[in-house]
Write a protein that binds this ligand. Sequence first.
Ligand code: BGC
Length: 785
Amino acid sequence: MRRVSLAAAAVLVTALCVVAGVTGVSARPRARYLYLDPAAPIQSRVSDLLSRMTLREKVGQMDQIVVEKLRGPAGSTGDCNSTNNTDPLQPACLQRVLIANDTGSILSGGTDNPPGNTGAAWAEQYNTIQRYAIEHSRLHIPIIYGVDAVHGFGHPFQATLFPQSIGMGATWDTGLAEAAGAATREQLVATGSFWDFAPVQDVARDNRWGRYYETWGEEPALSGAMGAANIRGLQGARGDALQVAATVKHFAGYSESINGHDRVEAQLPIRYLQDLFLPSYAAGIDAGAATVMVDSGSINGIPATASHFLLTTELRDRLGFKGVVISDYGDIPALQTAYHIAPNLQVAAAEAVNAGVDMAMEPFDSAGWDAALIADVRNGSIPMWRINQAVTRILTLKFKLGLFDHPYVDPAKADAAVSANRDLARKAADESMTLLRNQNGTLPLAPGAKVVVTGPSADSITNMLGGWSVSWQGVYGGGQACCAGPPNQIPPAVTVWAGIHKADPSAVYASSQSAAVADAGSASAIVAVVGERPYAEGLGDNPAPRLTPDQQALISALEATGKPVIVVVLAGRPLGLGPAETADAVLMAYLPGTEGGDAVADVLFGKFDPSGRLPVTWPSDAPQQASGFNPGGPSTLGDEPKFFDQFPGTNSGWGSGYNPLYPFAFGLSYTTFSTSGLAVSGPSSGSVTARFTVANTGSRAGADVVPVYVSRALNADRILRPPLQLVGFTRVELPAGASRQASVTFPVSELAVTPGDINGDGPRQLQPGEYHVVVGGQTAAFTLR
Ligand code: BGC
């Protein structure tokens, strides 16, 4: 679906003629004004437009306001502060925000849906706002509309939704990440939501954090590759033109709060920031991401939003980012109200803009923003060149998106566009399924097996989708007291029970523990679907994420029946499994999206060979010893953060080494694979290539994920490396008995480290010496000179 072009262009020309006499832009042909000429180069159009703008018009472009500020109760004229999604857009509010305050961008936060919340309603709302801005503003500058489409366009309730990123990370399939990005793009362009605040390029290091599921995994090479592919699909760039703007967020190190709580301070040595966290964001930037969103937290005692080192030295000078930097929600006012580094909004705005923020997700007070910035420029706190630089970036983005030339969308096509691509969503969910345990070949289930299906998530759409689905905290607001979602907006989705029942009509649903135990007598296996309720941001923080006591009791009771128990986990992170650790089978399904139930059934009944591999580390829930430690045993909950590329220490025998229940990249299959014949060439042109043969040695078709690691025998520069550093990977699909040559090429720049002593903060450098590529237990050396 593309935006309406010809019809819209005609409307725009008419609008220009109508308003021309009043606004000072004369009615001469459009091409006389360079910025209105679609054939002129973007840079020239931007300079031309910038030269015609007043200071107020410029600072207005640097502001983004929530859509509620454009709504009001029916019949009202001046109350532009609606908290009710059923309130309509009000002309008086549009006039105030878009024209009097010149606001250049509008956003819908997590639950800010238009009345009805269909694709068509989104498109109509967008057209109304856009038309008002274009027809009534002096220079006819379009707005840009931003949303969080983090696993597909999660707002309209009929939308096709993909697995949340943690599940996409488990596929290790960059082609799939790109295709999902492209499918999301179709949903967004159909509804006018041309700016997507995704993907999350933060790296998950601590499963207590409530946004863990929004990441691709715990490791930068995986996260970087998946994010880069997703951005290519999302943006659909052709030359200079973009169809959607992606956002690399939250720059940088947002996932690294000191205690697992969202937006709590991070303490990040620059070496750790640069070597471990920045490469994930950098991959997204190198893929052409148009925008970057700033971390809401503080790092080393400085709010990220006010850090010149982070937003200019690192982001612009070292990573080469050229696009638009936007703050996170309300974070510039927060420099005054939460962080107390500024006495008022005026000083806060200067701190942020001078650090490198181009646009404020302000998001409530457009008049206050204009006044603060104008005062800052007048008193010299913000130099005019910096305003021009920020506005140039914002206008360039609007031109690249074609907003000046094809501003409107076709509501008649929007419903179909948001609900398309179900097959792709099922493929993504299939590939994400990660089989953690399968004793005595419990799975796959025989066709026609009589299974009892039970557990609190077995028939729950809400729990299958997670947060950022219809509303911020999930469908129905996830049942959170704060956040009741729309009660009648249930996405068409296949629950696990529905998927199993489709695959096996003899399956039985048991809605309670006692019914499940009673039904078990005549069943051949029991499927217990457990996990988490949806959550987003701080409401999802959890000091010890594990199955709830009643879920653990359910599994114990089912295990006591003596029938095989298959535990399916629907969750955004590894959970302490309690008695499920010894279940006959454990399938991690993550938050698999609208087609999740079919995908679970595909794997349980062997229609699809499980190929998901953990993108994160899974701690054990084994009872801890009286000492509180678990020497020699697996690391347990409470051991967070625990990740696979931690540096060696001197007491690894005492449980402080890498000893999880399931390691990074773990996942079982119904077939078997081998990797052989590793050969390494390079470096040449800055890259090394590893070649090897992957064979399917079993009797079923399947896909193997092969991670490629690098290790270094001697750290002669005194700087520690992880025993194994992931540098690349491949996913190889093979029929039974077949084998194939595979190759993975990685840039040696991935091996660069921050030089110096513990206070090192210079740019990363490559250290010469011998390195080893490690693939499937084989090793081959190469040398950096
Ligand atoms: C989140 C961002 C999101 C923004 C807009 C913030 O609370 O941190 O990730 O893009 O809201 O919804």
